[in-house]
Every structure is written in structure tokens, then in C-alpha cells.
Design a protein around this ligand. Sequence first.
Ligand code: PGA
Length: 234
Amino acid sequence: MKKRIIANWKSNKTWSEVTHWLNNFPNDEDSLKTLNSLEIILAPPYPFLALARDIIVERELPIKLAVQDLSAFGSGAYTGEVAAFNLQDLNIEYAILGHSERRRFLQESSQLIADKVAEAVKWQIKPILCLDRPYFAEQAKFLQTTLLEKCLLAYEPVASIGSGQAEDPSKFLEIVKEMSSAYGARELIYGGSVNADNVRAYLRVYSGVLLGGASLVLADFLDLLYQAGSADLS
Ligand code: PGA
């Protein structure tokens, strides 16, 4: 199975920076061959989704699109919210949901996040559900099994996000054990201070990585992708 590399730009970048980043993403035969073992998923801020979609299609880039959040409601009178319904025709395949920054700065609860998961699934958008230890079990309780099974699970230790203090990949088995009691045996993605130097260690055990900082500068991101895409992860 392809290793997933999920790039979350958070609230960074302008229209021209997005254009520059995507117009310079390589699409020559050699690069595409190296990147072929990866599923690259990009989550730009909402205003740039259509722009990103257009450049990806035009340049035939091996990049899929995600949103960083979704409304818990459907279409209708919910001022300021972006509903999964609104995203039809934009080729959005994934939604990052329950990121700890949204729990922290926007007071998102496990119930609200579960409602967002339900909306995503209803519109065939695959949720990437972000989880940390304090709410592994609580979040699972709010999700029916049929919804849970549709989620990709991303383990994101809060202390490692944006801190440069990536969690030791040797904790993988411990995490899988803790998580599987609430979620069953599942593939697991890791997020938190992943960069080009440590990505291989994570991909040896996890099925993918979720990045913030390391995805912003194209040269750094490509460095990481080439590390991750080289066939031998030993
Ligand atoms: P970081 O962010 O790579 O900048 O630590 C990761 C995340 O928020 O998932």
C-alpha cells in the first residue's frame, strides 16, 4: 500500500505563494517515478482549493486534495461554515477533522467532531481523524462503528505539534495497543514535527505522516518526499 504523506498548510500562504508552490512541483518522469510509492495529500486553506485543483489538473500532479475542517451541518443557513455539500465538484477526497488546534483554539468537542465525520462520510469525503491520548477513548465513544470504520486515524501527540520535539517512533507499538482497544486493529498515521531527516523512521512503522511546518517550503517538502519515496526504508 502507498505511504500517505499529508501536508496541512494550516492558515499559511497567499494566492501567489500557492500558485508558485504548485507551479514548481516537479512533474517530470523521473520525479513521478520516485513519488509513485506515495499518496500525496495537500490541505490548503479554503480560498485556494479551486486554484490548487486547477493547477493539479492542468499539470497532472500526483497530489490529492483535503480540507482542514468541515462544517458539522449540511447546506443551509449556517453563516461562515463550509459544508461538505459545498465541496462537490472540487475533487476533495479527504477532510482533516478534530485537529488539536481546533480543539484548543475553537473549543471543538468530541461530539462536534463526530458530527463532522458523519457529514464528511455522507458526501464521500474520507475523514482523517486526528487523535491524541487524552481523548482516544472519548472520541471513539461518540462515533458509531460504521463511521469509525471509514476514518483514517492520525495519532498526533499535542506536545510534538510544531515544537520540533517529534515523539520517538519506537513508541509505535504502545500507541497501537492503546488505540486498538478503542478503534480495533487499524492502520495509523503519525503527525508532529516530522521532517526530511526523521520521516523514514516513521514510515517504517506508521502507514503515513501528517505534516505542518515541513510542507510549507517546497524545497523542504520535496526533500522529505524523496526520502519517503525511496524504495528501501531501512
Ligand atoms: P508540524 O504539525 O508538522 O508543524 O508539527 C503537524 C500537525 O499539526 O499535524
